[in-house]
Design a protein around this ligand. Structure first.
Ligand code: ADP
Length: 228
């Protein structure tokens, strides 16, 4: 894991120092200078995203994090999370809708944790769905409690990779993921957050037609619920 993190940090860092050194040593024209600065900024942001995801993951994975369960309005939370992604989705021509099932408008879970899960799943859905696509968040009553499902009409994942995508830094296409701002940690964060609730995750996908990630949240015991 440390080797992976070091490698993920080293690549943008090498680029940042390389371009900064060139800027100092040469006096490039204004256009080139701007290009170099944009590359430096892009790589610094990539490192920032990685460090943010690492902090989220280590907090949840450490075992010290305990969900503080409260009643969450699913549609409201989804709309809130979507606000940050709506601009990118609109530009990409990707539509979003939420469908809450009968008896599944509310989820008993950690609000910050659920936001983290939705942010990562919707971010992936936007990233891997081409123009004209659609993303749907569904909630339904399930045997174990409530199932939250994010479905997209995107590129899909080849079957042989499905069992591994929840692993840290596992990517189907590493260069595409990096180029599009992925850290390779999103689904690991989702899995650990849901498992910290005693739940589980699942993924189904059809190459070329879309992906569906499901998170099952069990009904918490009454003494775990902090506010209602
Ligand atoms: P990343 O930051 O690379 O998206 P994730 O952990 O979120 O990392 O996902 C791991 C890999 O699973 C991705 O690199 C991508 O190959 C695949 N993946 C995740 N979500 C989707 C999706 N909605 N559609 C297609 N591929 C996906």
């Amino acid at each position: 894991f440390v080797a992976n993190v070091s490698h993920e940090l080293k690549t943008p860092l090498t680029s940042i120092s390389g371009y900064a050194e060139t800027l100092l040593a040469e006096r490039p024209d204004e256009r080139t200078e701007r290009q170099f600065l944009e590359t430096i900024l892009g790589n610094a942001r990539r490192m920032q995203r990685l460090v943010d995801d690492l902090l989220d993951l280590s907090r949840i994975e450490s075992g010290r994090w305990r969900p503080e369960v409260a009643a969450i309005d699913i549609a409201e939370t989804a709309a809130e999370v979507w606000t940050d992604l709506a601009g990118r989705a609109e530009e990409a021509g990707v539509a979003f809708s939420t469908e809450t099932g009968e008896g599944a408008a509310t989820l008993l879970a950690d609000p910050e944790g659920v936001r983290l899960v939705l942010r990562n799943l919707l971010d992936n859905a936007v990233r891997y769905t081409p123009r004209g696509g659609r993303i749907t968040l569904r909630s339904a009553v399930a045997e174990e409690g409530i199932a939250l499902q994010v479905e997209d009409t995107g590129s899909g994942i080849p079957q042989e990779h499905l069992s591994r995508v929840f692993e840290r830094f596992y990517r189907v296409d590493p260069s595409r993921s990096r180029a599009e701002g992925g850290t390779g940690l999103g689904l690991a964060i989702v899995r650990h957050t849901v498992e910290a609730h005693g739940g589980r995750v699942g993924i189904e996908s059809q190459l070329g037609s879309g992906t569906r990630v499901t998170c099952w949240f069990p009904v918490p015991s009454p003494h775990d619920v902090t506010e209602m």
